[in-house]
Ligand binder design. Structure first.
Ligand code: 3PG
Length: 409
């Protein structure tokens, strides 16, 4: 991708005003509001340090959570954390494109850093639309005139078609940041000649993203999809199982009931290559209770895959040439239900396969288990990473390519 998009090597940042999109979307402790994981902050350090050291005036744009979710909040704490990572004060400005922002940007000195408010506080930011439409949004139109150049370093959001991700490259000079460049180059390298058979492990709660990825991957060269988490629950319902009220309620709450039909279509086409849990662990008043899926429904929340499923998945992983994994297989934060996620990660690390893992919980679990050294690539992205691995183009990268054709630095 290096020749197709501008990189940070192509530009002299001294004294320039830079708009930098990062992804520091982080799990948040619902009780204390504390940020629970700093990995994404660290992953942008190289880009940020380089901008500071080369005398740029950098304004950072980022999102946190989604409207209506528990972790949808301001970026004040993120600015504190970013300051620690960069080793320089990052000023938090609690606005996105008001006249206050304009004044603050005008007053910046060389090497200064500002973090604007959660860009998803602006309603149009959560809409995924074509880039020419996003380029006309207020957020893009108001901010574009304040900056000389736009940098996208938010690899983990590169699969979204949102204004701050794809709108700016339409109207201004745009570059890939260091993290974006590294992620794309590494993943494209792995994809050049993947060793077969290829297996995807798809867990977590973003079942809509995961089923889309599963279809693409199966359409291409992927042999097996191993399902866990809410992705597995949706597919179990699609297969005709009644999974019990607490698990169904969770699916309703996430507004992904429509994915059951998507799952049905997928299973009709690929039933032999989509592998579902044969047993599950339920949350029985805080304790782990394992049942075969044939014993469903039970009125306790499905919280992990069971021991037999782990064995079945393990065998497939051991015989895989390449493994891509995203999302926890259960409620990994709870010691009673971390078993499935941890065992599958251990199997990935133990296998001889090329392996890429992404997604906050998966990566956190791998770190806790000290498995980093045995996994080929640990990505800063979750869905973005597996989208790319499954064969999708990432909208953020495609727009950077178009921007290079349109603008001279
Ligand atoms: C992520 O955490 O996967 C990215 O920040 C994208 O978040 P989203 O799924 O809410 O768009």
């Amino acid at each position: 991708m290096m020749q197709q998009v501008y990189s940070m090597d192509d530009y002299d940042f001294k004294g320039k005003r830079v708009l930098l999109r990062v992804d520091i979307n982080t799990p948040i402790n619902p009780k204390t509001g504390e940020l629970m994981d700093y990995r994404r902050f660290n992953s942008h350090k190289e880009t940020l340090r380089e901008l500071v050291d080369s005398g740029a005036r950098t304004v950072v744009l980022a999102h946190q959570g989604r409207p209506g979710d528990m972790d949808f909040t301001t970026l004040e704490r993120h600015a504190e954390r970013l300051s620690e990572v960069v080793g320089k004060k990052v000023k938090y400005v609690d606005s996105i494109f008001s006249s206050y922002v304009l004044r603050e940007v005008e007053e910046m000195e060389e090497g200064d850093l500002i973090l604007l408010e959660n860009c998803r506080f602006y309603s149009e930011e959560v809409l995924n639309r074509p880039s020419d439409v996003q380029a006309k949004t207020f957020i893009v139109q108001k901010l574009k005139n304040l900056f000389d150049v736009y940098i996208n370093d938010a690899f983990a959001t590169a699969h979204r078609s949102q204004p701050t991700v794809i709108g700016f490259p339409v109207v201004m000079k745009s570059l890939a940041g260091r993290l974006m460049q590294k992620e794309i180059d590494t993943i494209e390298g792995i994809l050049k000649k993947p060793k077969k058979p290829i297996t995807f492990v798809l867990g977590g709660t973003k079942a809509d993203d995961s089923l889309k990825i599963a279809r693409k991957a199966l359409n291409n060269d992927t042999e097996y999809i191993l399902a866990g988490g809410v992705v597995a629950n949706i597919l179990l319902v699609a297969k005709g199982y009644r999974i019990g009220e607490p698990s169904i309620e969770f699916i309703r709450g996430k507004k992904i009931v429509d994915q059951i039909d998507v799952g049905k279509e997928l299973l009709e086409e690929y039933s032999d290559r989509i592998i579902l849990p044969s047993d599950l662990a339920l949350d029985h008043y805080g304790e782990r209770m394992e049942i075969p899926v044939s014993d469903l429904p039970k009125n306790y929340k499905i919280s992990d895959i069971g021991h037999n499923t782990v064995e079945k998945y393990r065998e497939i992983l051991m015989n895989s040439g390449t493994i891509f994994a995203n999302g926890a297989l259960g409620v990994f934060e709870d010691p009673e239900f971390k078993y499935g996620t941890e065992e599958i990660l251990k199997a990935i690390a133990e296998s001889k396969a090329f392996s890429v893992i992404g997604g906050g919980h998966t990566v956190a679990a791998a770190k806790k288990l000290d498995l980093y050294g045995d996994i080929t690539h640990i990505s800063s992205g979750g869905s973005a990473c597996v989208n790319l691995l499954a064969g999708y183009k990432l909208p953020a990268v495609e727009e950077l390519k178009q921007s290079k054709k349109k603008f001279r630095l």
